[in-house]
Design a protein around this ligand. Sequence first.
Ligand SMILES: NC(=O)c1ccc[n+]([C@@H]2O[C@H](COP(=O)([O-])OP(=O)(O)OC[C@H]3O[C@@H](n4cnc5c(N)ncnc54)[C@H](OP(=O)(O)O)[C@@H]3O)[C@@H](O)[C@H]2O)c1
Length: 491
Amino acid sequence: MVPPVTPVDPFDLVVFGATGDLSQRKLLPALYYRCAARQLPAEARILAVARRKLSDSDFRTVARKAIEKHVPPDDRPEPALAHFLSRIHYFAAPANDDAGWPELKSVLAEHPERIRVFYLATDPELFGPFCEKIAAHGLVTEQSRVVVEKPIGRNLKSAREVNDEIGRIFPESRIYRIDHYLGKETVQNLMAMRFGNILFEPLWNSAHIDHVQVTVAETLGVEERAEYYDTAGALRDMVQNHMLQLLCLTAMEPPTSLDADSVRDEKLKVLKSLVPITAENAADRTVRGQYRAGASPDGRVPGYSDELGRESHTETFVALRAQIANWRWAHVPFFLRTGKRLPERVSEIVVAFRHIPHSVFDGNAGHIVPNRLVVRLQPNESVKLWLMIKDPGQGGMRLQSRALNMSFAEAFGGRNPDAYERLLMDVVRGNQTLFMRRDEVEAACRGIYPALEAWGAEDEPPKPYTAGTWGPAAAIALIERAGRTWHEDEE
Ligand SMILES: NC(=O)c1ccc[n+]([C@@H]2O[C@H](COP(=O)([O-])OP(=O)(O)OC[C@H]3O[C@@H](n4cnc5c(N)ncnc54)[C@H](OP(=O)(O)O)[C@@H]3O)[C@@H](O)[C@H]2O)c1
């Protein structure tokens, strides 16, 4: 089924860092798909900016290669690709000098009334310098907005500094802090499921839910992004942003509407309720690891320090037990784990319900497994509800645990649009619901970054784990100490 497409208003999108990895892998393919779906009006322009000197035609060749690499051949007939490329114009405009900026300004000045999006797909250290240049060259209009990528700061202090730098030029209502997990269909489905059905919300509390698990597992290592990754680590790269956002959407109170501030107010309350990780509780509540050489689905792979070319104490795996101190979630642990070089690529949220209070079945019925709701974000997006049902056949009452399985591919068919497609169009529409507000980012830093200090992350090596395993044994101990086990899909 082809989803309906509503064209957006005419816009100029300026992508800073257009020659970079993110632009090539995500932004250009996303824009191509939206163009091919006729969502971009004829007047919309894409202005690509980076440091190196390239002509329009040179950059279009770069963009063509990126799209040929990341979009399957059937989705890119030549006329559609050529039409998309013809809409891109390139400017060499460095963050730290004025060359190229007057040219960019004169092209933008052709349509001062248009929606103007500045997408900073660059190192966060350049967010401030770029915002200053944008303002100094008079490019900010009433219709301008800025999009920034993670990570925003390495700690609370630097997150505040980056936010201040952007905030000096753009009001909060026009700052879009992207967390692409929020653009994933299944993540939005969490809200559809919770608030579009009467079934779950009455049970969505500590009286009925035993615990929640959030897993974001990758089979890949750091490969050519090792230098960047080494400055971040799994806590900053995954937990502080994507995983806490998943936790927030799972745990928040129903907002009064899907209006941006209603949703973000509720997420903020969750972040403020996180019991902080401290030097006293870190050993019990967190595990950090780093992969060593081992096996991956692609064969033998090197360890992290071999990929990086030197020893490092940066973690490539984190497991933690989060606690939300409010009435709804009192004593319900939220187990989070993420890592690179794990046995499979999977992102999912598991809501594990409590045991039934009393069994009417005799011993022959078998073990009664508590219900689980499993929201699979990738791959094979699905929602599974594990229920006890009767084993078919005569004789006594034997039960088994089976899943009601709502597979998105089966239910809707077709291609599942990438999160960036949705989010880019939301920026043009001026819808901030799926973007993080400043106070959310800073509350997430306050809730999570104390772990770095508690670990003595600079001095203490992370626990080693062999590539192709589910992280250090301590991660299994972390959940088992609490009397639970990590979810394994049985079907
Ligand atoms: N890559 C990902 O998968 C990913 C995922 C999530 C978030 N992010 C975030 O997205 C941002 C971009 O990451 P990336 O991996 O795409 O980086 P990247 O591959 O290193 O690309 C950096 C881009 O910035 C440009 N640039 C560097 N210094 C500049 C300067 N002084 N003035 C103007 N342009 C300059 C480069 O232009 P030249 O080529 O001309 O030097 C290049 O286009 C970062 O904030 C990153 O944390 C990336």
